[in-house]
Write a protein that binds this ligand. Structure first.
Ligand code: SAM
Length: 313
């Protein structure tokens, strides 16, 4: 399997936590702290605008409404907005799954592999803390980190569940109202720009066995998600560049659930689409440092086919 090493330095992305502060208020506070807001770039101009940002400048992101973009390495760890949970440091690509799943206020949601909880808190923000998120993670330590991060972010609609998502019963009455599922499972992490060295073997590639076992887990988790009786939308994402963890997993699940689910064509203005390995792959999104100024990422959105009623005229 191939690996990708990126020399592109990524911008600093800041998601405004709208559970605590509006985007406008956050912008005002940042201006008071000495930053200056430049014109919002168009989708087409994003790359050039970001490249030309000067120290201290920032813009609003053209794809993700509550996202602000600063030059690389802008420091925020000592910033009051960060310490208070009013802003969250989150890569742009990792904001896409919650954005396209779009659970509305009042929704009942499962975040299947949730820790450390960035996507949970993004969904809670979109839901205005109104509704319910069952947030599973198998790793107790990561779940503990998630507890403190979600508390700092003011998330009150999430119930943290320590355990395997694969072992929760879709027939359990607790989950009978779950219409939205976000599945962001463990993956090779091969898309994370500055983590590649730790994840590759001596030849600089991720072993085939490792990829196969990750892909098997990812497909089991995706099948499990699609089997929840009331699920209307399931978002699948990884921070991997490998098709074995991305298009191949989605294609296998789609084949199995053909007739029940289809893929939504997400973010139509996003040019970088799923690799053309099966007919609907272009409905998915890929992201990369070179093309999109984000970590390597993949997102697919399954939507349940509506039960068609033929109206006779
Ligand atoms: N969605 C998270 C976020 O945005 O902050 C990141 C999730 S991370 C890519 C994958 C997570 O899946 C890890 O925290 C890992 O412990 C968890 N995990 C792995 N196997 C699991 C399982 N069977 N059930 C639930 N969680 C699992």
């Amino acid at each position: 399997p191939d690996t990708v090493k990126s020399q592109v330095s990524l911008p600093r992305y800041v998601r405004v936590n709208t559970l605590k502060i509006s985007v406008e208020e956050a912008i005002e506070k940042l201006k008071k702290a000495g930053f200056s807001l430049a014109d919002k770039p168009s989708v087409e101009n994003f790359g050039n605008t970001i490249r030309d940002l000067e120290t201290g400048q920032f813009v609003q992101d053209p794809h993700i409404p509550a996202l602000l973009v600063f030059p690389p390495e802008t420091g925020f760890h000592d910033n009051q907005l960060y310490k208070s949970g009013e802003i969250i440091l989150q890569d742009k690509a990792s904001c896409i799954p919650a954005q396209v799943l779009a659970p509305p206020p009042g929704a009942c949601v499962i975040d299947a592999c949730a820790a450390p909880g960035n996507k949970t808190s993004h969904m809670a923000s979109l839901m205005q803390n109104n509704g319910k998120i069952f947030a599973f993670d198998i790793d107790a330590k990561r779940l503990a980190t998630m507890r403190s991060l979600t508390q700092r972010a003011g998330v009150s609609c999430a119930q943290l569940v320590h355990g395997s998502f694969l072992e929760c019963d879709p027939g359990d009455p607790r989950y009978s109202g779950v219409e939205y599922i976000l599945l962001d499972p463990s993956c090779s992490g091969s898309g994370i720009a500055n983590r590649l060295d730790h994840l590759t073997d001596e030849e600089g590639s991720i072993s085939t066995e490792r990829l196969e076992s990750l892909a098997q887990f990812q497909l089991s988790a995706l099948r499990h998600a699609l089997s929840f009786p009331a699920a209307r939308r399931v978002a699948y994402s990884t921070c991997s560049v490998h098709r074995q963890e991305n298009e191949d997993v989605v294609q296998a699940a789609l084949q199995e659930y053909e007739g029940k689910y289809h893929l939504q064509h997400i973010l139509p203005t996003w040019r970088h689409r799923g690799t053309d390995t099966f007919p609907q792959a272009h409905r998915c999104i890929r992201a990369s440092p070179e093309q999109d100024r984000t970590n390597g990422f993949f997102v697919a959105l399954f939507e349940k086919n509506s039960e068609r009623v033929d109206v006779k005229v």
